[in-house]
Design a protein around this ligand. Structure first.
Ligand SMILES: CC(C)(COP(=O)(O)OP(=O)(O)OC[C@H]1O[C@@H](n2cnc3c(N)ncnc32)[C@H](O)[C@@H]1OP(=O)(O)O)[C@@H](O)C(=O)NCCC(=O)NCCS
Length: 188
């Protein structure tokens, strides 16, 4: 299949206090709604060995988690993210780019959006879990300034190797001087 790959605009990579990255021309960032779940679940099935079900996404939205969708100018869904505020931290529950569009900078863009969306909620820490075998995602998170803070034994469902641990990663920008400034920028 031939797809149009739009370049991600040049922008500072991983500012200490996250700022909302620029989207490619004509692209749209929106809150995920129940109407998006069918397309989201379709990408999820192709992107993961152990995907969330449609019901998982519906329940996550019903629970008030923050879902964001990234669409190209033809309104095709390129990626999505699910975020859950817990006390004073934002948990990154899911970040996915359609496999057809991976390795073109959109995952970096979407993670930057997730971080920038977290900041206006007055949350200055993001937490996530990742499989050690998911070397691509792990490279992205480490590049973004996440650090490993722990490991949950046998957290993930079975693979050919049995259950897999989760690495727990955190990015904390509360010590950055500009983190204290209140801003509406990035509110989605
Ligand atoms: C993880 C994911 C969101 C990354 O999205 P992406 O658009 O492919 O990533 P990008 O093109 O923005 O890559 C950014 C950086 O991440 C790292 N990276 C991403 N995918 C990688 C891969 N397959 N192998 C090695 N490094 C990879 C690289 O450092 C890359 O920078 P570079 O291209 O300059 O080398 C995407 O691969 C995905 O949706 N995977 C399936 C779902 C998933 O695993 N989500 C994370 C669960 S914890």
């Amino acid at each position: 299949m031939s797809v149009a790959i739009a370049p991600v605009p040049d922008q500072p990579i991983w500012p200490a206090t996250p700022t909302m990255p620029a989207l490619p021309a004509g692209w749209a960032l929106d809150r995920m709604s129940a109407l998006d779940v069918e397309a989201v679940a379709e990408i999820e099935q192709r992107a993961f060995s152990h995907p969330w079900t449609r019901g998982n996404f519906e329940n996550s939205l019903k629970a008030g988690h923050l879902g964001l969708t990234l669409r190209d100018p033809s309104a095709a869904l390129i990626g999505y993210v699910m975020l859950m505020p817990v006390v004073d931290e934002m948990h990154l529950l899911n970040i996915t780019i359609d496999p057809v569009f991976q390795r073109h900078g959109y995952g970096r863009l979407l993670l930057g959006i997730a971080l920038a969306t977290t900041h206006p909620h007055q949350l200055h820490t993001m937490l996530l879990e990742v499989r050690p075998s998911n070397t691509g995602a792990l490279a992205l998170y480490l590049d973004a300034g996440f650090v490993e803070i722990g490991r949950r034994k046998g957290y993930y469902p079975a693979t050919a190797l049995g259950r897999e641990d989760a690495l727990v990663l955190r990015r904390d920008w509360s010590a950055d001087p500009s983190a204290a400034l209140s801003t509406e920028e990035g509110t989605v």
